[in-house]
Design a protein around this ligand. Sequence first.
Ligand SMILES: Cc1cc2nc3c(=O)[nH]c(=O)nc-3n(C[C@H](O)[C@H](O)[C@H](O)COP(=O)(O)OP(=O)(O)OC[C@H]3O[C@@H](n4cnc5c(N)ncnc54)[C@H](O)[C@@H]3O)c2cc1C
Length: 400
Amino acid sequence: MSSVNAALLESEEQRDLRAAVAALGKRYGRDYFTGVVRDGKHTDELWAEAASLGYLGVNLPEEYGGGGSGITELSIVLEELGAAGCPLLMLVVSPAICGTVIARFGTEAQKREWLPGLADGSRKMAFGITEPDAGSNSHRITTTARRDGDDWLLSGRKVFISGVDIADATLVVGRTEDARTGKLKPCLFIVPRDAAGFTRNPIEMELAAPEKQFELVLDDVRLPADALVGGGPSHAGGRGGEDAGLLQLFAGLNPERIMTAAFGIGMGRYALDQALDYARTRQVWKEPIGAHQAIAHPLAQAHIELELARLMTAKAAALYDAGDDMGAGEAANMAKYAAGEACVKAVDQAVHTLGGNGLTREYGLASLITAARVARIAPVSREMILNFVSHQSLGLPKSY
Ligand SMILES: Cc1cc2nc3c(=O)[nH]c(=O)nc-3n(C[C@H](O)[C@H](O)[C@H](O)COP(=O)(O)OP(=O)(O)OC[C@H]3O[C@@H](n4cnc5c(N)ncnc54)[C@H](O)[C@@H]3O)c2cc1C
């Protein structure tokens, strides 16, 4: 980004943060990340160092150990680490979704219990909404909580839940028993990793990533009353509990989309940089291949589309941080869409630019082809965003 543009869009602190995170990412680099994946390990060293520098909890409230900034700053962290080849997927889930939901809607006890650990990186939280028979239609989720004295019993199944093995708990989206039909009346529970009746089965994915995805089976998982985010309908202030679930859920979903956009932009930038290095030096005719417009133009296009996605992501994050949840909703969806598409195209073109080397282990770009698709599919697919924009922004009728 040129300095004039940067000054218009980002404060000096944000630019400093971007530069500092980029430097951290560069010190680890892609070799570190692929080594971790190859050895079946996790990015613990990078996670710990980013935490100690205050990057992981940058969006969380200061009084609970966070940096007191916003999703803008957290998305800068994820984008720059991704651009260095080290995307930390759990940033999307742990501080962005779970941290936000607890900071905004948790009881005082929940905030004190979770936020300092999420902020200093010593604890992580996964997030589970997707179900096998609901998929994109979250109104159909059937994970159900029923009362048993003061406790809750939670039963259901989830799929594709990231990082459950390395998370201390999973924030599980269920519904209360009296809300079986009609519109989703969600409730969010903090389920500890070792809770009785809570089992996880890894799903074999074609992804070269340190974070694994899991099927979760919840079989009458007994949870105390205070596992419900907000603490239940009687919680003081009237913002807690069963009826507040939809608000809580939406509070987490905008950060999730903005962070997924940052994830896609970071990955797209990384791939594009590799392609540019190659195109500048690889020579099979009299000029380097980057001189051929058939190579240069698609790379230029990828750069433009990543920059556009970045702009929309900054807008969405700014709206969200300003407290405009409604405005942020449309922008966050658009940013996620734009970033997912830009990422997939940038990676595709990067692989193509390297010719046969695009598919070698040495250059390590081919595995990004599947990784990039995550930004198109999750947490909400390209088609569901087009549906959202068709209905909400353009006022067109629904087909479903
Ligand atoms: C790597 C990875 C990590 C993930 N991590 C998490 C996580 O941590 N927590 C979590 O809860 N979930 C997670 N997910 C799940 C993810 O959010 C879902 O995969 C996603 O929401 C899509 O749901 P689905 O896979 O059931 O697809 P489906 O809903 O079955 O959709 C299949 C296809 O049909 C299309 N489609 C569906 N409905 C419509 C419609 N009305 N109009 C047009 N097209 C439609 C979709 O766009 C898609 O192309 C993860 C997924 C992946 C791949």
